[in-house]
Write a protein that binds this ligand. Structure first.
Ligand SMILES: [Zn+2]
Length: 89
């Protein structure tokens, strides 16, 4: 899924890349900006990184959190998506 972000925001992200805490920003083809976020399991602290996906669970790199299947569970403790929260790192 590709998300359009307005130019000012894109500039601020790329102009101050070091300050874009918690947001890993990359350009994909067609000058579309994609933000990859990281989600953490609130039960055990395991992290899901959208940029990395979870290939061993059949979730390809770049899979957005909302596209992770609802029946997916934390590989560490079995918590459900509801038990995850977006984190800034
Ligand atoms: Zn967990």
């Amino acid at each position: 899924m590709i998300v359009d972000i307005d130019e000012a925001l894109a500039k601020s992200l790329f102009g101050h890349d070091d300050n874009a805490v918690g947001i890993e920003s990359r350009y994909f083809k067609g000058m579309k900006l994609v933000e990859f976020k990281t989600y953490m399991c609130l039960i055990c602290g395991w992290m899901y990184d959208e940029a990395e996906g979870l290939p061993e669970d059949g979730i390809p790199k770049g899979t957005r959190w909302q596209d992770v299947p609802l029946n997916w569970t934390c590989p560490e403790c079995g918590a459900r998506k509801d038990d995850f929260d977006m984190v800034a790192i």
